[in-house]
Ligand binder design. Structure first.
Ligand code: T1G
Length: 693
């Protein structure tokens, strides 16, 4: 049973005990129902207290049960709530730490609620593409009022229990021992009748229609592709417009059922679990010892080095930046200061935090001053000779046990580790620009990287608020290896008839934050050019469109040269289609004898996204990526893949792998068809009617 029952004096105590957060799974719901029945049948019992063991009162419905028969098996949460409201003895919820979703709804079905301060109170279902499906949209407005309840439900954000102390949500705030306080409260109200029910309370809000209409417009404006926020609003509206509580509950149930089936909700639930699954490394258990990270050093104070340093300062870890020349160091520190000043101007950073963070960052020109750092991250030029010089030096100066990390985005980490006498201490920490903003951190595991170094890096990623995803060593790791195939298709599409603005518009309509050509202009087209030049030598068999090279030969590197795939005007980052570039593209098609044709947006999206899916499957086959959901996390947090589609691999699952493979077979009959050979895993899963996730 995942709830304990004991009687303390005349009070029955039901303690939820379903680690890690007392998710209201079927076994827990059954145990609560049993506890209520036992308490009802015991004449010694005058009152009932429900509380949670461990780190939560309850984190809500057990989302691991969603879309499985268990989530609908009796007793459902509705049934448990009916048992609570029909009990003949008072039930007191004793809340601490976390009361979220179904957990808060459970408490709202009790007659009374007492809380410890500091508890996170929320109905976060909207963040999973859902709405509170166990009466939360009907009961919360009855204790907090229409506006506060609507804000909490549409935003899904937690509010601390002490902030709600003065409302009807909590009958008492308990300092000190919560259970003792709750039992004392239960004894005090044991004989009070009638038993108060939240459902019987009225919501008085004069002219609620005007407020609801205003709220609808506001929510519509910010909901984007997600249906849940507006459905949340309609459910809360039903609390004030329905003729009875039961009617309102019916509206909530219908809206919930509609949402739980949406692909947007499946995508959000998938992302929720994918983020947590990514921190699990199969052969590195949670018990693996970690190395303490109390200080850091960064080699290189450029864009990446500065951004990386900010992550450490933000997490309160002192960090020292090393540069070769004073002016480069000064420039790097000045850039960091400016970034923090901008955040302060936007009200995102207090002066106190600004001072703390700036105090945590220092600079030096002397390698000997960084020797005692627990971790050093190299963020210098992407060239193996430069990496060799730096890692040889680090091997000399860093204390034994220091972690030596490289921020390399494509180079062979095993080669870099071999520049040192301590390959077990070497790891890749691939940040994404801007490093202080992008949440993705590819943690590149070298052949010799120690398990403790890996465990430390994963824990560090959480501490600096990144999503750490483990990658094996290959050219481009996970993200860049896949974007390579995406970029190849983008180039071929130009040769066959599309223009940059059509490709970007099509994929941005699909939901990408930015299409490949706008992205190239932002990141710098010369970066890809430099990598392709290396590729032409290393892997001459791989064909690329020449358009990107021709563009660079025209000196059009992108925004940094005020001209790239698009034209730019001074002081304006808006991309304008470029006649010069489009003429170059059309001429190039003629030069290579390709007859341009009209290409549909659908073909553009399929070729760009399925190129990612196929390479992702290849990465799984090779063991570079541990799981499909890791690949989805890489794309959701590092490449602007639309969250409402859940990542390339989930998107392929939802489209259906056989459909993906048949589209690829069509492309395989076209130009550069060799690029469309299905990865063995993809072909196998499609043939077996299975999915990646
Ligand atoms: N069900 C099952 N497992 C859950 C869970 C849940 N509701 N919430 C968290 N976990 C797991 C999580 O996967 C991880 O597992 C571990 O707990 C620690 O989580 C009817 C239908 C509660 C604030 O949306 O916001 O109720 O990786 O790393 O930082 O209306 O988890 O260890 O194996 O996040 O301390 C609504 C979601 C559900 C709450 C704790 N509830 N959870 O944060 O730990 S829908 C939520 C959170 C619902 C009803 C509807 C956070 C947390 P593992 P963690 P944390």
């Amino acid at each position: 049973m995942t709830a304990e029952y004991k009687v303390d004096g005349g009070v029955a105590v039901i303690t939820l005990n379903n680690p890690p957060v007392n998710g209201l799974g079927h076994a827990t719901r059954s145990a609560i129902a049993d506890g209520i029945r036992r308490a009802e049948d015991d004449p010694q019992v005058k009152a009932i207290v429900i509380t949670g063991a461990g780190k939560a009162f309850s984190g809500g419905a057990d989302i691991k049960e969603f879309n499985t028969p268990k989530s609908l098996a009796e007793p459902t949460l509705h049934t448990v709530l009916n048992l609570l409201e029909q009990a003949g003895k008072p039930v007191v919820a004793a809340i601490h730490s976390v009361a979220m979703g179904g957990g808060l709804e459970l408490a709202l079905g009790c007659h009374y609620r007492v809380a410890a301060p500091g508890a996170q109170i929320a109905l976060p279902e909207v963040k999973l593409g859902l709405l509170p499906g166990a009466g939360g949209t009907q009961r919360l407005p009855r204790v907090l009022g229409l506006e506060m309840a609507l804000n909490m439900i549409v935003s899904g954000n937690p509010v601390l229990s002490e902030k709600l102390a003065g409302t009807r949500l909590f009958d008492q705030l308990v300092e000190g021992d919560l259970l003792q306080g709750a039992i004392a409260f239960a004894n005090k109200i044991a004989d009070v009748r009638p038993l108060p029910l939240v459902r019987d309370r009225k919501i008085d809000y004069p002219d609620h229609e005007a407020f609801l209409q205003f709220s609808r417009n506001t929510v519509k404006a910010v909901a984007g592709p997600f249906p849940a926020p507006l459905k949340c609003l309609e459910a809360v509206a039903a609390a004030v417009t329905s003729p009875s509580f039961e009617e309102g509950l019916k509206v909530e149930r219908e809206l919930f059922r509609a949402l739980v089936q949406t692909t947007e909700s499946k995508a959000l639930r998938h992302a929720f679990f994918a983020e947590r699954a990514a921190s699990k490394i199969p052969d590195v258990p949670d018990s693996t010892p970690q190395r303490p990270i109390k200080s850091a050093a960064i080699i290189g104070a450029g864009t990446m080095g500065g951004g990386i340093a900010m992550n450490f300062a933000n997490a309160g870890i002192p960090v020292k930046l090393l540069e070769m020349k004073q002016e480069a160091l000064d420039k790097g520190l000045a850039t960091i200061r400016k970034n923090y000043e901008n955040s302060m101007k936007k009200g995102k950073l207090t002066q106190e935090k600004f001072d703390q963070r700036m105090a945590a960052i220092s600079g030096t020109l002397d390698y000997n001053e960084i020797g005692q750092a627990d971790i050093v991250i190299e963020a210098v030029f992407e060239d193996m000779d430069v990496k060799q010089t730096v890692f040889r030096k680090l091997d000399e100066v860093m204390k034994p046990g220091a972690i030596l990390a490289s921020n390399t985005s494509t180079l062979d980490l095993d080669k870099i580790a071999a520049f040192t006498r301590r390959p077990q201490d070497v790891i890749g920490l691939h940040f994404f620009s801007p490093a202080n903003v992008m949440r993705l951190l590819e943690i590149v595991r070298g052949a010799k990287t120690g398990a403790d170094v890996l465990a430390t890096a994963m824990a560090l990623s959480k501490k600096i608020r990144k999503v750490g995803v483990v990658s094996g060593v290959c050219d481009g790791f996970i993200g860049n290896r896949m974007i390579e195939q995406y970029s190849r298709q983008a180039g071929f599409l130009l040769e066959e008839g599309a223009l940059p603005e059509q490709v970007d518009r099509a994929i941005e309509k699909f939901g990408f934050a930015m299409g490949p050509f706008r992205m190239g202009d932002l990141a710098g087209n010369d970066i890809g050019w430099y990598i392709r030049k290396r590729r032409y030598i290393e892997s001459p068999e791989i064909s690329y469109s020449k358009t990107a090279d021709l563009l660079c030969e025209m000196g059009r590197y992108g925004q940094k040269t005020s001209a790239g795939w698009y034209d730019y005007k001074a002081g304006d980052r808006k991309p304008y289609p470029s006649q010069v570039v489009n003429d170059m593209i059309v001429k190039h098609s003629a030069d290579i004898g390709v007859e341009r044709r009209k290409i549909s947006d659908q073909e553009i999206v399929e070729r760009l996204v399925y190129a990612l899916v196929n390479e992702g499957a290849q990465l799984l086959d090779e063991g570079i990526a541990l799981r499909a959901s890791d690949i989805d996390m890489v794309y959701l947090t590092g490449y602007g893949f639309p969250l409402h589609r859940g990542g390339p691999m989930l998107y392929a699952d939802i489209v259906g792998l056989p459909n993906v493979v048949s589209a690829m077979e069509k492309f395989a009959r076209g130009r550069h068809g060799e690029a469309w050979k299905p990865a063995p895993l993809l072909a196998r899963l499609a043939a077996e009617g299975k999915t990646f996730n």
